[in-house]
Design a protein around this ligand. Sequence first.
Ligand code: ATP
Ligand code: MG
Length: 185
Amino acid sequence: MTEPGLADSSSAEPGTLRLFFALWPDDATRIALHHAGKWLHKHWGGRRMRPDTLHITLAFLGSTPAEQLGALIACADTLQLEAFELILDQAGYWRHNRIGWLGASQTPPRLAELVTALNGALQAAGFPVDARPHVPHVTLLRNTAGGEPPVCTPVRWPISEFVLVASRTEADGAYYEILRRWPLA
Ligand code: ATP
Ligand code: MG
């Protein structure tokens, strides 16, 4: 685990970290997702995300005082959830932020359980959580015009862990650092 101070970022206040919990792809899944991004880019244009940035956000905390890191980790330590497979088969576009993404036409119950349990534990501990319904998605394109969703080759993602990530924004995009991993049984 990285010392919190080292992950301090240009996008966070001094002494804070910009944090989120996420699913992070294994190498084979990352390659498949990046390939899907190439296909989507061919249809919709925009800026492709670097392969090392690809993820699904489970819970977004935003700017968090570094001294709360222990409490945050304790929240995730309480969870006991099972591994599952996620099939990403559906391209989507959000007009308001011009993001093109790959999502799941069917959310596996274990993913919904993970999101609910994690956000519930965070909320119970007093952390701010997003009240909006969670839409599991991998952002593949930014600043894209979007359009009709092309048919995409499904990406099968075996999910056996979730992670806590610190984010910082550089001139050329977002950089993410995995601070901790939790295995799923
Ligand atoms: P940048 O903001 O630097 O362009 P980014 O959006 O990838 O890059 P963050 O804003 O730190 O980086 O967000 C990290 C992750 O959390 C991303 O997957 C982003 O979509 C998600 N996220 C950001 N803000 C929210 C929010 N308010 N609610 C839910 N998820 C969010
Ligand atoms: Mg952002």
